[in-house]
Design a protein around this ligand. Structure first.
Ligand SMILES: *[C@@H]1O[C@H](CO)[C@@H](O)[C@H](O)[C@H]1NC(C)=O
Ligand SMILES: *[C@@H]1O[C@H](CO)[C@@H](O)[C@H](O)[C@H]1NC(C)=O
Ligand SMILES: *[C@@H]1O[C@H](CO)[C@@H](O)[C@H](O)[C@H]1NC(C)=O
Length: 508
């Protein structure tokens, strides 16, 4: 039993070192990180894999018993009974030669189909949905991106789910190779604290304390925090007094320190906003903006006397005036949302930006699908969008349902370009609440819209003269906690000529 544990432990350490040292990016994979909904399936997948391993071992045990009784039978069969005098009797010699040949063939046939081969085939088949190396790396990068946007230390991020030293160390390495030395330093420090607590235990670990101290020194050095770098290099030298590389780094740091006047504080994350998108995501709305937002109004709308809306008027709230952004509350029921999610789940594939470009998106971490009007719920939702906006759906795109992944976000972009028949307006339905993060923000006007399940927001991307409204640049903030689902309807110019007459004025 002890031997088996050792074998497994060695295999895990070998794998961890591999994961930590080699930056393999495989191009295939299931890309779980881009949809939280698929992440949930991994729990089931893990249980399945252990169950499969168990069934394999049971089969292996049966197989061993079968082989052993086969051996007994071979030993006892008179067919293989040793002939007498094979060295003097040529017939006995012939008999022996033939017996050995047949025995050999029998064993080959009996052992030909090793259960290991079948099991390995299963392990590499598509039946098992195993995250790729790229999935693991992207998951790590998504967490680091969350830290950057929301200014989070490892302790903030791991409040709900503590990481072990290997998991934390791997995050540090990922931040380090991305030149994010401060975040790398904080993850290595987090790792060191756990390391100190567990050092006396015989835990599974892919790295040594020396490696960790070297990374701490190196992160601090690259960040420019020389006294901190010197401290960790000194710690390292105490444990490894003959290490010439460390002596060299210590000398370098001391020399540089003499000349350099700045000493950035590596322990404190800079909370000054360099980027209005990130500030908005963190909820830092300007005083002026929030005052202006409060004066905007709510009302019931019948879409100018639309018969479908007279009995059930829409709850309309003006979220912003210039550009006009309208929120419709309770535009879709929980039941309808559940059905749309159920239809979409099997169809979701990694989001692709633009139509037919075929490249997987690096700026949007989500999975999306366009829904045909095969289901009555899709028809109803599309009709409600037509009623609310008063626009023709004739040239609109199909309803697009999206589920975001770990830290899922969509960086700043415009929905429209400068081609013919552009996306004149966007109708964005929130199909979930998001516990923390995930706001839709308009950095040029300083507006942040919180997802609210069942509501939708609507705006025009184009001025009446057909030019792009530059104020409609927007982004989806990273999801810090929650499973964000949205549905988009992009409505195009053609077909709206008599509904929203175009204008030659530059100002409309
Ligand atoms: C993160 O944790 C630090 C230290 O505990 C705390 O001061 C800070 O307010 C936390 N930040 C956030 C965004 O929760
Ligand atoms: C870890 O332990 C070492 C030696 O026991 C100590 O010098 C160091 O300050 C500890 N570091 C942390 C982060 O607790
Ligand atoms: C959606 O799918 C789940 C799981 O398959 C099922 O339990 C549920 O009843 C479905 N909901 C609707 C509204 O069809």
């Amino acid at each position: 039993m002890f031997g088996g544990l050792d074998v497994l432990k060695m295999a895990i350490i070998k794998l961890l070192s591999f994961v930590a040292c080699v930056w393999v990016v495989s191009t295939t994979g299931h890309e779980f990180f881009s949809s939280m909904d698929q992440v949930m399936q991994l729990v089931e997948e893990k249980r399945n894999l252990l169950e499969q391993f168990n069934s394999f071992i049971n089969a292996e045990e049966e197989n061993l018993q079968r082989l052993r009784s086969g051996l007994e039978i071979l030993r006892q069969l008179s067919y293989f009974k040793d002939p007498e005098n094979p060295t003097t009797d040529p017939v006995a010699a012939y008999k022996l030669i033939r017996q050995l040949r047949i025995l050999w063939l029998t064993i080959i046939i009996t052992t030909e189909k090793s259960p290991y081969i079948d099991f390995q085939e299963l392990l590499f088949s598509d039946v098992l949905k195993i995250p790729s190396e790229e999935d693991v790396e992207s998951g790590a990068l998504a967490l680091i991106k969350l830290q950057e946007t929301y200014k989070l230390y490892p302790v903030n991020l791991t409040k709900e789910t503590p990481l072990n030293e290997d998991e934390a160390y791997y995050l540090g390495l990922n931040a380090y190779v991305q030149d994010k030395f401060q975040h790398a330093f904080h993850w290595f420090l987090y790792t060191l604290i756990i390391f100190n607590e567990t050092e006396s235990f015989n835990s599974i670990r892919a790295f040594t304390k020396e490696r960790l101290l070297e990374h701490l020194g190196s992160s601090a050095y690259h960040f420019g925090s020389l006294p901190v770098a010197i401290y960790f290099y000194q710690q390292l030298l105490k444990r490894d007094p003959t290490n010439e590389d460390v002596k060299y780094m210590l000398k370098l740091c001391r020399n540089l320190r003499f000349y350099r006047t700045s000493n950035p504080d590596i322990f404190t994350l800079n909370t000054e906003s360099t980027n209005s998108y990130e500030a908005l995501c963190r909820g830092e709305v300007k005083q002026r903006t929030s005052r202006r937002q409060r004066t905007l109004s709510c009302r019931y709308s019948t879409g100018g006397g639309n018969p479908r809306l007279i009995l059930a008027p829409l709850k309309e709230e003006i979220e912003w005036d210039e550009p006009r952004i309208v929120r419709y509350h309770d535009i879709i029921s929980d039941k309808e949302i559940e059905i749309l999610k159920n239809i979409s789940r099997p169809l979701l594939s990694r989001s692709r930006v633009g139509s037919g470009s075929g490249t997987v998106s690096n700026i949007r971490l989500s999975q999306g699908v366009f829904l045909e009007e095969d289901d009555v719920v899709v028809v109803h939702v599309n009709q409600r969008i037509a009623d609310a906006t008063g626009l023709s759906m004739e040239t609109a795109e199909l309803l697009h349902v999206q589920n975001y992944g770990i830290g899922g976000r969509y960086e700043t972009h415009y929905d429209a370009g400068d081609q013919q028949n552009e996306r004149i307006s966007t109708f964005l339905i929130y199909m979930s609440d998001v516990e923390i993060g995930g706001a839709t923000v308009f950095p040029k006007v300083g507006v942040a819209l919180q997802p609210k399940k069942g509501s939708a927001v609507f705006w025009y991307n184009l001025h009446k003269n057909g030019d792009l409204d530059l104020r409609t640049m927007h982004a989806g903030c990273p999801v810090l906690m929650g499973n964000k689902w949205v549905a988009n309807k992009w409505i195009h110019e053609f077909g709206q000529e008599f509904i929203r007459p175009c204008s030659l004025s530059e100002w409309e």
